[in-house]
Design a protein around this ligand. Structure first.
Ligand code: A3P
Length: 345
C-alpha cells in the first residue's frame, strides 16, 4: 500500500461574484465553484469530495495519460494514442466507444449536480454522453482505479492537482491549443450538451473565459505547467496547431515517444482514419448528443484560427491583452501567438 498523501494545495470557495459569472455560463450546478492551489484552478464544488482520492490514485508504469485543457484536441489525440498502443487495431476501436477505451479521470466531478440527480433517477439520458451514466453510479477515478492494465487515462486536470509520481511513472501526452480557439470550441461544447438550457451567449462566455472563470481554468497556467516539464522523458508536449499542420509528422513523433514502430503504409492508414472528416463520421469517437447532421457536433470544425469568425474587434483586443498578460514572464509561447520573438502589440 502506498502512503496516503495530504493535498499539497488548498481548495477554497470562489467569491459570490465569481460564482455568478461562472454560473451564467454553466447550467445545473448548485454548489459554489472552488479554486485550487496557487494557480487558482477552478473546479465544481464537488471536487472537494474527490480531490484527495485523485491525488492519491496509484499510477502504473504502463499507463498512458492524455492531459489537456478542454477542447484542445483531447479526443483526437486519445484515438491516435489508443491505436498506436494497440497495434492499430481499427476493428477493436470500432467496437467500443473511446470514452470506455480511454476514460476520463474526473467525469463524475464535471457533471452538474442537477444533471447528476436526474441521471441517477433515470429522468435524463444523454445517450451516455462521454460515459456520464457510468460516472454517476461509480466515481470516475474509481472506474480507472479498477481497470486492468494497460490503462489509458484522459484528464483535463493540470499536473499540480494530479498524483505527484505521474511523470516519473507513466507516459503522458499533453496537448495545448490557442486559447482563443479553445474559448470558441468550449462555448459550442456547452451549447451542444445544454441545448436550449444554455443561457449564455458567446459574449458572456468569453467574459468568463478571459477572467479565468470556467472549469479547469486558468488555461495558460495549465499549459505552462506541462511546458515547463516538456523535457522530462515521460512527457510529450504537442500543440493542436502542429497536429493540424502536419498530422503524419506528429503521429511519428508520438510513435517514437511510445516506442512503437509502424510501416509507412500503416501510418498512412492511421493518418487517414484520424483526418477530421473520417473521425467526425466515426461514431465511437464523435460522441455528440445531437440527432441531426446539422446539430452541433463534438468534433465540430477542426480549424486553427477559426476564432476570428467569432470575435469582434474589441474581443480580439481583449484576447491579445489576456494572452500578453498571462504569458508575461513565462517561457511558454503559442505558435499562433509567438510572444517570445515578437509581440503583437
Ligand atoms: P472545434 O470545436 O474547434 O472544432 P477535445 O477533444 O479536447 O474536446 O477537442 C475538441 C476539438 O478538437 C474540437 O474543436 C474538434 O473539432 C477538434 N478535433 C477533433 N478531431 C479533430 C480532427 N481529426 N482534426 C481537427 N480537429 C479535430
Amino acid at each position: 500500500m502506498a502512503p496516503c498523501l495530504d493535498l499539497p494545495y488548498d481548495i477554497r470557495t470562489v467569491t459570490p461574484d465569481e460564482d455568478k459569472i461562472i454560473k451564467k455560463c454553466l447550467t445545473g450546478y448548485t454548489r459554489s465553484f472552488v479554486k485550487c492551489g496557487k494557480n487558482e484552478y477552478v473546479m465544481p464544488g464537488v471536487f472537494r469530495k474527490h480531490a484527495h482520492a485523485i491525488y492519491n490514485l496509484q499510477v502504473r508504469p504502463d499507463d498512458v495519460w492524455v492531459i489537456t485543457f478542454p477542447r484542445s484536441g483531447t479526443t483526437w489525440t486519445q484515438e491516435l494514442v489508443w491505436l498506436v498502443q494497440n497495434n492499430l487495431d481499427f476493428a477493436a476501436a470500432k467496437q467500443k466507444p473511446l470514452y470506455e477505451r480511454f476514460p476520463m479521470l474526473e467525469t463524475t466531478i464535471q457533471i452538474p449536480e442537477i444533471a447528476f440527480e436526474l441521471i441517477k433517477a433515470n429522468f435524463m439520458n444523454l445517450k451516455n454522453f462521454q460515459g456520464l451514466g457510468h460516472a454517476v453510479k461509480t466515481p470516475s477515478w474509481k472506474i480507472i482505479e479498477d481497470q486492468t492494465s494497460p490503462r489509458f487515462v484522459k484528464t483535463h486536470m493540470p499536473l499540480s492537482l494530479l498524483p505527484p509520481g505521474l511523470l516519473k511513472t507513466a507516459k503522458v501526452i499533453y496537448v495545448a491549443r490557442d486559447p482563443r480557439d479553445v474559448a470558441v470550441s468550449y462555448f459550442y461544447l456547452h451549447k451542444m450538451v445544454m441545448k436550449n438550457l444554455m443561457r449564455s451567449n458567446f459574449v458572456a462566455f468569453w467574459e468568463a473565459f478571459r477572467r479565468d472563470l470556467l472549469p479547469w481554468a486558468p488555461i495558460v497556467a495549465h499549459t505552462n505547467e506541462a511546458w515547463l516539464k516538456r523535457h522530462e522523458p515521460n512527457l510529450h508536449f504537442v500543440f493542436y496547431e502542429d497536429l493540424i499542420k502536419d498530422l503524419p509528422k506528429e503521429i511519428r513523433k508520438i510513435c517514437k515517444f511510445l516506442g512503437k514502430e509502424y510501416t509507412d503504409e500503416q501510418l498512412d492508414r492511421l493518418s487517414a482514419h484520424l483526418s477530421f472528416d473520417s473521425l467526425r463520421k466515426t461514431k465511437t469517437v464523435n460522441n455528440s448528443t445531437g440527432e441531426k447532421e446539422d446539430d452541433i457536433q463534438f468534433i465540430r470544425k477542426g480549424e486553427a484560427g477559426g476564432w476570428k469568425a467569432h470575435f469582434t474587434k474589441e474581443m480580439e483586443m481583449q484576447a491579445e491583452e489576456f494572452l500578453l498578460d498571462r504569458l508575461r514572464g513565462l517561457d511558454l509561447s503559442y505558435p499562433s501567438f509567438p510572444t517570445r520573438e515578437t509581440t503583437h502589440l
